[in-house]
Design a protein around this ligand. Structure first.
Ligand SMILES: *Cc1c(COP(=O)(O)O)cnc(C)c1O
Length: 476
């Protein structure tokens, strides 16, 4: 007997006699919607296990529902038209939101039109970048080219390094700290309080003992506190920030190494991971910055690809020493490769975007962009101070910290990142003087209404930025 099965109204094909399709494919493919009443142990559907989300709202009102295609849509094309209109509207939002973005360190200035032709391929670099796996639709040749570029930047020979292109800066930190722990299994993790939250996430994930070190006003690690907290009995794994998230502070790598040496740590008893997610690609071009190089006793460096570099999708680069990676790897027969990465499947498009932008800009191009960012950041800081607004800018940084705007609407409009009493603007290559002027004019105008032209005092933020940068009534 032959039979044709109909799934979703479409003919699924002719199947073998002894195969009963209805036993495997559900006749009613649309699952019912789960409501709060269905959730075991939840009465109101909001509070589960006594936990409430307080910071962000769990928003569903703006959600774009996924709906089942109509049986006759092939004919009417209604759904196609609906989806096209949703996408067109979304594109407009993206253009507007890109224009008003200042708070996060993403370089939104790029043109990857030439790569559009590649979106038809499922490019996946699963496994090790340096070992050919059986999956052929990959971009390893681009990946290794990019890694070599970074290896040269951080002064390590091709045969001495290992690395890969990650999904983000967080993955680089997770990897660097994992390598540190595999090399020094009973090591204690030291990180300054202003380290990115992914560092403390790594400590929780790996159940590592983690010691938080105090910071200077600038946001740099306080090496006096580091020295006081160092435990001589156990190896040390240290996260060094090449640009902190909130203040853009650059830890003094040389002083960290000196502190370790002075405390009696030989090079085989410590491992330094440099979190360069933010400024990892800016520092090499700033004269007075402490140099990140594998000529110093560091174990790994990571950087984000979607921040200063300007990739349109999250990605990052992680480089470590070849000698360390063997402590961590396992061979996987199924892949015919080695497993030394955090993730399994890896975005094969990202290396091509990185390769493309590195080729176009080169070291010289990045240097020019760094100069522009630092110049524009100084411009912003000076204009804020001229307007009587508390503001701080670290010498090696393009992150301008200033008093938190009173109005959440304004914060959202400019997509500022805030923490406590401070906010920041990170001046990236796409942030022009004109955009800063727009922002400043709007801020100054709004501010005069928030403080009723001087009837109310703006808050003192000396505790965050130091007396000399504070513009409050007491410190100005
Ligand atoms: C952004 C950032 C990270 C994390 O990078 P993601 O790509 O967002 O995961 C880590 N460290 C610092 C200092 C950062 O600024």
């Amino acid at each position: 007997m032959e039979f044709a099965a109909h799934v979703n109204g479409k003919k699924a094909g002719i199947l073998a006699e002894d195969f009963d399709l209805s036993a495997v494919v559900d006749v009613e493919p649309l699952p019912p919607v789960v409501t709060a009443d269905d959730v075991v142990g939840s009465k109101d559907g909001k509070k589960q296990n006594g936990r409430e989300i307080v910071l962000g709202r769990n928003v569903h009102t703006e959600c774009l529902e996924v709906t089942e295609p109509d049986a006759n849509d092939d004919f009417t094309g209604d759904k196609e038209a609906y989806m096209a209109s949703v996408l067109a509207r979304y594109r407009k939002t993206l253009i507007e939101r890109t224009r008003h973005h200042l708070g996060y360190p993403y370089n939104l200035d790029f043109d990857y039109g030439a790569l559009a032709q590649l979106q038809h391929f499922s490019i996946n670099n699963l496994g090790d970048p340096f070992i050919e796996s059986n999956y052929g639709v990959h971009s390893r040749q681009f990946e290794v080219g990019v890694l070599d570029w970074f290896a040269r930047l951080w002064e390590i020979e091709k045969n001495d390094y290992w690395g890969y292109i990650t999904n983000c800066g967080t993955e680089g930190n997770l990897h660097g700290i994992l390598v540190g722990r595999e090399v020094l299994p009973d090591g204690i993790l030291y990180a300054s309080r202003e380290s990115h939250y992914s560092v403390f996430k790594a400590a929780r994930m790996y159940r590592m003992e983690c010691v938080k070190i105090d910071c200077l006003m600038s946001g740099e690690i306080d090496c006096a506190d580091f020295k006081a907290k160092l435990n001589q009995d156990k190896p040390a794994i240290i996260n060094v920030n090449i640009g902190t998230t909130v203040k853009g502070a650059v830890d003094d790598l040389d002083l960290v190494i000196q502190t370790l040496e002075e405390s009696g740590f030989t090079h085989d008893r410590f491992y330094i991971h440099c979190d360069g997610a933010l400024f990892g690609l800016m520092m090499p071009f700033v004269k007075r910055a402490p140099k990140v190089t594998f000529k110093k006793p560091i174990g790994s460096v990571s950087v984000s690809g979607h921040k200063f570099v300007g990739c349109p999708m999250p990605c990052g680069v992680q480089i470590t020493r070849m000698e360390h990676i063997n402590a961590l790897s396992r061979n996987v027969e199924y892949l015919a490769s080695r497993d030394a990465t955090i993730m399994g499947s890896r975005n094969g498009h990202a290396p091509i975007f990185l390769w493309y932008t590195l080729n176009r800009k080169g070291y010289i191009g990045f240097q020019k962009e760094v100069q522009k960012c630092l110049r524009n950041a100084h411009y912003l800081k000076d204009r804020l101070r001229d307007a009587g607004i508390s503001a701080m800018l670290n010498e090696l940084s393009s992150t301008v910290v200033f008093e938190r705007p009173q109005d959440e609407e304004f914060v959202r409009r400019w997509q500022l990142a805030c923490q406590g009493n401070i906010a920041h603007v990170i001046v990236m290559p796409n942030v022009t003087i004109e955009k800063l002027d727009d922002f400043l004019n709007e801020l100054i105008e709004k501010r005069s209404t928030w403080y009723q032209d001087g009837q109310f005092q703006p808050p003192c933020i000396a505790a965050d930025v130091g007396n000399e940068n504070c513009g409050c009534a007491l410190h100005k």
